[in-house]
Design a binder for this molecule. Structure first.
Ligand code: F6R
Length: 609
């Protein structure tokens, strides 16, 4: 979704803004723009398309030169992607950039039209700029009064970066719901939607809270509440290395992130294991607490929801507690049956997904205990949940999630082991055995990554397909959902995941020689049954790609290609089997020449519902 960067200091502001925006490209966008004070006059440049389009435009028309300004990448919501609708937007003295949605913009626009204001774009953002300028004029040129007055009127979620023509050495910033941080450097300060945008300049930052307003100048940053009271902010230090947000020699972030999975798993689970047993006490989770829960709801979106589906199979199998998995956008509107003895787990990489955040708030309102499994430190979901397990994947830049999924399922395992032990559904010896197996998965994943050539060959077979099926049973079915989503989102090839045993109840009619099937068969108890289902599709002409254990040699009537996995415990196989599925999706997209890291229409952090 939209990205915001702001700067005031001694560097070339345009360079800092463009550099910061390039780090936010992964969030997804369709236009971009900047506003920079040049000789105390605001100069705006904006363009539909990629940042390179904006840069080309500035090369032709002149790049603003100055030391303070704001920048934006826009993911269209109100109004088509166009130069006209790109941010920054202005109104008289005010120029601003916005992330989020102003829900009451129509009413506010009517009010402003009645005051003779003229609009140049279709956006809700321009309404904010005009309203702010309206109050600025009314308040005789006092920015803070005008900002506070405007915030009283706005409904919805927003983060804003603002400059006033009368104050060329200042940048104003504020947030409600949508995230925004303030970076503190040496004689310079920054605003950004997330840390990756400014990591190369500073690691020191303030996390702006809801309804806080920051006033940035070269020498200092002051933060106020809505009553104009100064707030003492805690200075935080990002523990990410600059290289975490760089490609480091990989062709794409996605490939780099796939390769980071062994380390991400190790970093996530190691601090949560004591004497060979899971220990989630630092996350606020104790065996006593776990015994209180009668039922678990896992609520999330997309890939995170797929991680929750793996979690359901593992928790139900080991801990014998019923688990519902819900899509957050459904959960929040269907009056879910959640009671005070239930635990609601929200899984989110970004910690800012609008539907997942709303689901969390609803669960709390219904009296359930909530646990967040989140990657982004200090995000809204992380801060609002009762209990919190951070995944330590580091920044995930590629829109298609890989390493975040991997650590989400790693945490699901740890949680399930601890819960099963607390409920006496497994004994300590079994818990130790499982925990030790989990600890060995990073090596196994690394082993698979060393033998990935087969996935390239498989991908070259898939590029001509219009549609694909992913099938599996049990945990393999849970995994097939993620495999299918990965392929669709980056290669633009349609695919569906199906429970292998369900195929013959309708979907098998789609099978022809033009419909390749990726079959996952890692679950030994279900193996023969899955193989029978594979034979059914093979007999109808489908090309079959089989993901199974290395030691199984399929006959010709079963598979055309096989990706072999190391032998491992059935329960943990998803952590291994997802790797070839990610790689098949990745190489298919590469062969097709799509924009792997920034697939069309997608945004990394979905902060609108
Ligand atoms: C797909 C993908 C998305 C996200 C979903 C939830 O690769 O990344 O499906 O999983 O938008 O995002 P978070 O985890 O940030 O809540």
């Amino acid at each position: 979704m939209c990205g915001i960067v702001g700067y005031v200091g001694w560097r070339d502001a345009t360079d800092v803004l463009i550099d910061g925006l390039s780090k936010l490209e992964y969030r997804g966008y369709d236009s971009s723009g900047i506003a920079v004070f040049e000789n105390e006059v605001i100069k705006v440049a904006k363009s539909k398309g990629r940042l390179t389009d904006l840069q080309n435009k500035m090369n032709q028309e002149g790049k603003p030169i100055g030391h303070a300004g704001i920048g934006h990448t826009r993911w269209a919501t109100h109004g088509e992607p166009s130069d006209r609708n790109s941010h920054p937007h202005g109104g008289g003295n005010v120029t601003l950039v916005h992330n989020g949605i102003i829900e009451n913009y129509k009413r506010l626009k009517e009010f402003l039209l009645s005051k003779g204001r003229v609009f140049e774009s279709d956006t809700d953002t321009e309404v904010v700029a005009q309203l702010l300028d309206y109050y600025y004029q009314e308040n005789h040129g006092n920015p803070m009064d005008a900002i506070i007055r405007t915030m009283q009127e706005l409904e919805g979620s927003y983060a804003l970066g603002i400059v006033f023509a009368d104050f060329p050495d200042k940048v104003y910033a504020l947030r409600k719901e949508s995230p925004l941080i303030v970076g503190i450097g040496e004689n310079e300060s920054f605003i950004a939607s997330d840390m990756t945008a400014i990591l190369q300049y500073t690691k020191n930052y303030y996390l702006l809270e809801h309804d806080e307003i920051a006033v940035l100048s070269k020498k200092q940053v002051k933060v106020y509440d809505l009553h104009y009271q100064k707030i003492q902010k805690e200075l935080k230090i990002a523990d990410w290395d600059v290289s975490a947000a760089e490609k480091c020699g990989y062709e794409h972030y996605m490939l780099k992130e796939i390769h980071e999975q062994p380390t991400a798993v190790k970093t996530t689970i190691t601090p949560r294991i004591t004497d060979g047993l899971p220990n989630l006490e630092e996350c606020g989770i104790t065996p006593e607490k776990l015994m209180e829960f009668h039922k678990i709801h896992i609520v999330a979106c997309g890939t995170a929801m797929h991680a929750g589906t793996v979690g359901k199979y593992v928790i139900e199998k080991l801990a014998r507690i019923p688990v519902n998995v819900d899509i957050a956008s459904e959960f929040r509107y269907r009056e879910p049956l959640v009671s005070q003895n239930d635990l609601v787990i929200i899984i989110s990489q970004s910690g800012e997904t609008a539907d997942s955040l709303a689901a969390l708030r609803l669960a709390k309102k219904l009296g359930a205990k909530t646990l967040a499994i989140v990657n982004a430190k200090g995000s809204s979901i992380a801060r609002e949940a009762d209990m919190l397990i951070y995944t330590h994947a580091g920044p995930e830049i590629a829109v298609a999630s890989t390493k975040a999924y991997m650590v989400q399922i790693a945490v699901m395992y740890l949680f399930a082991f601890e819960l099963a032990l607390a409920n006496h559904a497994i004994d300590e010896q079994e818990c130790r055995r499982l925990t030790a197996l989990l600890q060995e998965t990073p090596e196994k994943i690394a082993e698979i990554l060393e033998h990935k050539e087969m996935t390239q060959l498989i991908a070259s077979e898939l590029i001509t397909a219009d549609s694909l099926l992913y099938i599996g049973r049990g945990l393999d079915y849970a995994l097939s959902m993620e495999g299918s989503l990965k392929l669709k989102e980056i290669s633009y090839i349609h695919s569906e995941s199906y429970a292998a045993g369900e195929l013959k109840h309708g979907t098998i009619s789609l099978i022809t020689e033009n419909m390749p099937v990726i079959a996952i068969a890692t679950q030994q108890k279900l193996f023969d049954k899955t193989i029978s289902n594979i034979k059914e599709v093979k007999a109808r002409g489908a090309k079959v790609i089989l993901v199974c254990r290395e030691d199984y040699t399929p006959e010709q009537d079963i598979a055309d290609y096989k990706f072999g996995l190391p032998d491992y415990d059935d329960l943990l196989m998803p952590m291994l089997a997802v790797v070839p599925l990610q790689l098949i999706a990745y190489y298919t997209a590469v062969h097709k020449g799509t924009d792997v890291d920034k697939p069309r229409n997608l945004a990394k952090s979905v902060t609108v519902e």
